[in-house]
Design a protein around this ligand. Structure first.
Ligand code: ATP
Length: 314
């Protein structure tokens, strides 16, 4: 079912089904600069892909159809507003092929959780449909199409740990010594709207002028080069955290509970409401997750490792 190109490292076209696994992201550093004229905020961020995955399966079909199971099933619209449908159409348009596929999503990444689940699904769709249709785009070309769909899509195609600039869509990988970091992910009941969190940040900063200078993630980048959780923990930062806490004051109880459970450090993930905690090793992460789950401050707490590769056929 696979045709390999002469100097290609991936199958050209698959009869299907194509199954793609894609990770969630957290931001180890999220510096938010001023609101730009185009409505985006200038960002300086360090993305990190963790082992919490959505899975997208693409099969041949006569139309474009989407079904799903798992997190958000029954809640997430599966119509043209879904990033999966938008990604499939964008790729088909670019490749001048009919957007025909039967897509099925197995969702683990919580909705509107600050973990970029929607962008992850868009990244998975671009890769899955590229393989199913044999459109043969490079990762960079898929990332370019993806950037139009969501700022985090290019990173979720690449994965690992990477610096994101512009509005997050411009990615450069961070080459560090291979280290696995251990995280605890505290998943909340209900989501937070990313645009609402940015609006709250603008309100808290109140005067749009002079613009808030964009902090550079130098300390975080230096911390990544060491292998000490306490050093990395001290460098974690998120400019959106005060805005997320302002909209959801109960998140301070989650951060407090993580601290009391013995986490090295904790912060709100992206625009929240998910909170992530750094642990020293896998066993420690299990302990912290257990205590957090017992504390009742979150819906559930799971462990995850990072960095993970981006969207991949499995
Ligand atoms: P980010 O951190 O990228 O802002 P998030 O993790 O907070 O995102 P998502 O789950 O990515 O939030 O998506 C937010 C909204 O996007 C959802 O509430 C939903 O309305 C819309 N959306 C469209 N398609 C999808 C999808 N496939 N998965 C999740 N959300 C989607």
């Amino acid at each position: 079912t696979e045709a390999w190109g002469p100097d290609d490292d991936k199958p050209r076209r698959m009869a299907g089904p194509v199954r793609v696994r894609v990770p969630a992201k957290i931001n180890l550093h999220l510096g938010v600069g001023p609101l730009r004229a185009d409505g985006f905020h200038e960002l300086s961020t360090v993305y990190h892909a963790i082992s919490l995955f959505d899975e997208l399966t693409a099969r041949r079909g006569d139309t474009l159809a989407l079904t799903m199971e798992g997190e958000g099933a029954g809640e997430l619209e599966l119509d043209d507003s879904n990033l999966i449908i938008r990604a499939a159409r964008a790729l088909a348009h670019k490749a001048r092929v009919p957007a025909h596929a039967r897509l099925h999503l197995r969702k683990t990444i919580p909705l509107a959780g600050g973990l970029a689940g929607g962008s992850a699904d868009a990244a998975a769709t671009l890769l899955a449909c590229d393989l199913l249709w044999g459109t043969g785009f490079s990762k960079e070309e898929l990332a370019e199409i993806g950037a139009e769909l969501g700022s985090d899509v290019p990173f979720l195609l690449h994965g690992g740990t990477a610096l994101g600039t512009g509005h997050g869509e411009a990615i450069s990988p961070i080459l560090a010594r291979p280290t696995t970091w251990h995280w605890v992910v505290a998943i909340a009941d209900g989501g937070l709207s990313t645009p609402a969190v940015y609006r709250e940040l603008d309100r808290l900063r109140d005067s749009p002028w002079p613009p808030t200078p964009l902090e550079s993630p130098d300390e975080l980048m230096a911390a990544l080069r060491q292998r000490k959780p306490e050093v990395l923990g001290a460098a974690l930062a998120n400019d959106l955290q005060p805005a997320a806490l302002s909209l959801r004051p109960a998140l301070s109880d989650v951060l407090k509970a993580g601290h009391e459970a013995g986490a090295v450090a904790g912060l709100v993930s992206g625009s929240g409401p998910t909170c992530v905690f750094l642990a020293t090793d896998a066993r420690h992460a299990e302990q912290v997750a257990g205590l957090l789950a017992e504390s009742g401050v979150c819906r559930t707490a799971v462990t995850a490792r990072g960095p993970m590769p981006g969207a991949r056929a499995v």
